[in-house]
Design a protein around this ligand. Structure first.
Ligand SMILES: C[S@@+](CC[C@H](N)C(=O)[O-])C[C@H]1O[C@@H](n2cnc3c(N)ncnc32)[C@H](O)[C@@H]1O
Length: 378
């Protein structure tokens, strides 16, 4: 067996794939939510993958096919499994993505493959098997919230599930469960996503800097991942709140955590030079504040300061945008932070950064955020 199959969240397949690019570089796309890495599952891969926010399942890759004949599939999957299933109990499970594939009954596939494999060396155990053969039947995804450029053509793929890997869970650390809460608090999945998008292939960031830390939503996720955290905010109440939330979240106490009151315009003086840093933040937006240039001015100040602190760093952020940006039409210059995106991008370039990812995320009916990831231009 070689290769690793990743199943991404249906919430935002494009950002799932962007996250995998940031963490691992190249991959093959089988379906918007299914990607294949050309490397086996090992401790290094598992540790890197623990930074991912949008990965739902992980398989030792078996194969894939666009042939939708039931006989062909059940035979091919059974043949592969006979060769690759180690001795021990097993179950065959399946999952449907989108509308599934016409004419393929998942239950029948499970039963047929199970029946062909069942033997003394491999007894069936549906409750607590040592191995799970996973068959993913992926079809058209219609009416998704987040537009995607990749077509969801029918694809059937299979493999053995990696049982050492545990999907992200945020139980106990939702914003309202933390000691210090304000409505601005970023939910942990988005915070984790901003951090993963700021990764670069082959590099483990040592530190995360958030110059608009608010209640510390991003800082908490960075700390949990073992990064040093440098957080600041202009509002002393937020500085107090982030400190409180970080000491609550800090189980191991092995990372550096510093939280200071500081304007974004002065963070280069506050933190001085650092190496191997990422910047992750959501800049301030009031009901109307982001329509003026103030929000933009602060964002641009963050870009300039970040480059002074670490000229090799990356920036991952979310900027306020109108809900129409969710249509993501490449021909339309959507309004982001009150200005056409093309102008914002020029300003980003003028500060020495290039945009490597840009994708809208739905917040609620009338509001979206533009997720933007920047690398230094040089
Ligand atoms: C959208 S909130 C960040 C929320 C945060 N991510 C969280 O999870 O709570 C933006 C923050 O920027 C801070 N802020 C506003 N103007 C600032 C400035 N000039 N310099 C630094 N922070 C500023 C606000 O006090 C607010 O806490």
């Amino acid at each position: 067996m070689s290769g690793t199959l990743l199943l991404g969240s249906g919430w935002h397949p494009f950002l799932f794939r962007s996250e995998i690019t940031a963490l691992f570089g190249d991959f093959k796309t089988l379906h918007p939510r299914l990607v294949l890495l050309n490397q086996p599952i090992d401790e290094k891969l598992l540790s890197r993958l623990s930074s991912a926010a949008l990965v739902e399942d992980l398989l030792h890759f078996g194969g894939y096919s666009n042939n939708t004949s039931f006989e062909f599939l059940s035979q091919t999957i059974s043949d592969w499994s006979k060769e690759n299933l180690p001795p021990g109990s097993f179950a065959v499970r399946s999952k449907k993505l989108g509308s599934g594939v016409k004419g393929i009954s998942r239950r029948d596939l499970e039963k047929e493959v199970g029946a062909q494999l069942y033997c003394e060396k491999n007894p069936v155990d549906l409750q607590n098997p040592q191995y799970e053969i996973m068959i993913i039947v992926a079809g058209k995804v219609d009416g998704e919230v987040h537009w995607d450029s990749v077509d969801s053509n029918p694809c059937i793929t299979w493999g053995i599930r990696e049982n050492k890997w545990v999907k992200s869970n945020y139980v106990g650390r939702q914003p309202m469960e933390r000691p210090f809460f304000k409505p601005i608090s970023l939910e942990p999945r988005l915070a984790k996503l901003l951090i993963s998008l700021a990764h670069r292939e082959g590099v483990n960031p040592k530190a995360m800097i958030d110059p608009f830390c608010g209640t510390g939503g991003i800082a908490i996720e960075a700390l949990i991942q073992g990064m040093d955290v440098y957080a600041s905010d202009l509002d002393p109440t937020m500085v107090y709140g982030t400190k409180k939330n970080l000491s609550w979240a800090d189980e191991h106490n092995s990372s550096i955590t510093q939280v200071e009151k500081c304007s974004v315009k002065d963070i280069a003086g506050l933190w001085s030079k650092k190496e191997n840093c990422i910047f992750a933040f959501d800049p301030p937006y009031g009901r109307n504040a982001w329509k003026s240039d103030d929000g933009l001015e602060l964002f641009l100040a963050a870009l300039a300061q970040a480059l002074e602190i670490d000229s090799q760093s990356t920036i991952s952020t979310m900027l306020p945008a109108g809900a129409e940006s969710l249509e993501n039409d490449p021909e339309v210059d959507y309004i982001v932070m009150g200005r056409p995106w093309s102008e914002i991008e020029s300003e980003i370039n003028a500060k020495g950064w290039s945009v490597v990812v840009r994708s809208p995320v739905k917040v609620h009916k009338s509001l979206a955020r533009m997720v933007v990831v920047c690398h230094p231009l040089h």
